[in-house]
Design a protein. Structure first.
Length: 506
């Protein structure tokens, strides 16, 4: 391992077929089960299961030994429990890219689950457990695909990074943000980033019979807004006309009952619907092909379903309410937290102003706990390398999927910590998702079929090789060679003395 074949950087390596032996297929599903069994739960930014996170680090060493011992792969633990892999490609003229996934999961109490959420049990062809869709599937599939390629003597041409955060579910401050700072210090620039965040969507839009792949090219912003009312406490036998609880409850109810404006047309979703138009039966196909005329109608229709509603506006979710100290005490203080998810066409400041105008009560104090604007829209045109590589790989691995369309991620991902490195950030999981499985993410009975997981490994196995395709050597891909002007050797970057040349750092 590790012979870099000096001077052979521009030779085209034969394509490695994505065929796995029975033994490999069993090993890959068992590896995922083992990952699910480690309860890497993030409860809050301060409360992570560090024992499980440490165990997870040891686990990936054990199940992916080739990744860790390959000379041209550098492994670094960052922020103690996150992991950064630097895979040095043989062609320094190609700009590197980065794959993201996260180790942590949201809590999963046993109640409501058919099997214990950290059992990783297989039943009826599905592996059950917290993290099987969000996001241990991606993490394990990335490392698994790389492991299988390395075993087949794969030497990548284009360098890439794999960044595995350990606190994505609670902020990414200790994981992704630290990896980002490290890459920044090394002067890294990336061709594109691929993270979790969207799927091959099946059954989300009424009348659309066929699934389509949505690659999210943007991500909603967010505000955690705490509203507070202070009142003089007193005896409940002689209450004032209004209490802090009553004032606050009325305020948050106004927020809930007054949706933010419908912004359909101001984000990537409109483009997706236009691309999908011909997949709908008459007359929807005509309506969607003529949004210049029917936009008001379509935007109203989208509001009817809570998932498509989230794509057309900033959403308002009342998530916490705290007040009262005793049954017979007028409460001195009441607090409520509202979680806004900001549409790509709005900003934090605009949403805050709207919220204050809706509440319209000077007795309410507003405290912004956390806020960030929506992420910029990444390119999805013919020249967008990351998008086109995803599209090409989707078409080869899922030939039955006719449409690949750009969309908006309604949740937040670690990718927002990496906006300095590239304009091309894409969120996509190569998995079919139905509304029911969408509800299982952060919900109950999260599961992935063994076949879907194998396909995810296959997808990344193909994707890694597609990223190496050389457009200057007769590929049908667009002129991405233009992006490769200059040299992108990671070997010359400042950093630990053990950067990947001949020995592994791990
Ligand atoms: C056009 C058809 C309808 C589209 C339907 C969209 C279907 C939704 C598909 C995927 C959404 C899944 C989102 C997965 C990523 C979310 C990850 C996550 O939970 N992130 C947390 C981060 C919290 C950070 C601390 N504040 C979150 O967003 O809450
Ligand atoms: Zn996730
Ligand atoms: Zn999540």
């Amino acid at each position: 391992k590790g012979l870099r074949g000096k001077g052979k950087g521009h030779q085209r390596a034969p394509r490695i077929p994505s065929q796995f032996s029975q033994e490999e297929r069993v090993a890959m599903k068992e590896a995922l089960k083992g990952a699910v069994q480690i309860p890497t739960v993030s409860f809050s930014p301060e409360e992570l299961n560090t024992t499980a996170l440490a165990q997870f680090g040891e686990y990936i060493h054990k199940v992916f030994p080739t990744v860790f011992k390959t000379s041209f792969i550098q492994h670094e633990a960052v922020g103690e429990y996150s992991h950064l892999f630097t895979v040095q490609g043989s062609d320094p003229s190609l700009q590197p890219y980065m794959l993201l996934a996260h180790i942590d999961v949201v809590p999963a109490p046993d109640e409501g689950w058919d099997v214990p959420p950290f059992s990783g049990l297989e039943s009826d062809g599905f592996i059950y457990g917290r993290g099987t869709l969000d996001n241990k599937n991606s993490l394990m599939a990335i490392l698994q695909a790389l492991e299988l390629l390395l075993i087949r003597n794969y030497i990548p041409r284009r360098s890439f990074f794999i960044a595995l955060g350990h606190d994505e579910e609670v902020s990414g401050v200790k994981g992704a943000q630290k990896i980002s700072a490290l890459l920044q210090a090394r002067g890294i620039q990336l061709a594109f980033i691929v993270d979790e965040g969207s799927f091959i969507l099946d059954g989300f839009i009424p009348n659309l019979q066929k699934p389509f792949a949505m690659v999210s090219v943007s991500e909603k912003g967010a505000i955690d807004l705490m509203l507070q009312v202070n009142m003089t406490p007193g005896h409940s036998s002689a209450p004032p006309k209004e209490t802090s609880i009553g004032i606050l409850a009325a305020a948050v109810s106004r927020l809930e009952q007054t949706p933010m404006p419908n912004m359909f047309g101001g984000g990537p979703f409109k483009m997706a619907l236009q691309q999908l138009a011909n997949e709908f039966p008459f007359p929807t196909n005509i309506v969607l092909s003529n949004l210049w005329l029917f936009q008001p109608l379509v935007s109203r229709l989208m509001e009817r379903n809570y998932i498509t509603n989230a794509l057309v506006r900033t959403t308002t979710a009342l998530t916490m309410f705290n007040a009262g100290v005793k049954v017979n005490v007028i409460p001195p203080v009441a607090q409520a937290t509202v979680n806004f998810r900001i549409h790509p066409a709005q900003t934090v400041q605009e949403v805050l102003k709207l919220a204050k105008d809706i509440v319209a009560d000077d007795r309410i104090q507003f405290h912004v706990l956390n806020a960030f604007d929506p992420l910029p829209v990444s390119p999805s045109d013919d020249q967008a390398l990351g998008y086109q590589l995803l599209r090409q790989t989707i078409q080869s691995v899922f030939p039955e999927v006719n449409i690949v369309a750009p969309g908006t991620c309604i949740g937040n991902t670690d990718s927002r910590h990496y906006t300095n490195f590239t304009t091309g950030i894409y969120r996509f999981n190569p998995i079919y998702l139905q509304p029911q499985s969408f509800s299982s993410i952060h919900g109950i009975n999260e599961k992935i079929s063994v076949q879907a997981y194998e396909t995810q490994v296959k997808f990344i196995f193909e994707f890694l090789q597609n990223a190496d395709a050389d457009p200057r050597q007769g590929s049908s891909m667009p002129s991405w060679g233009l992006m490769a002007v200059g040299s992108f050797s990671l070997l010359t970057m400042p950093g630990p003395s053990c950067l990947p040349v001949d020995v592994s750092c791990s």
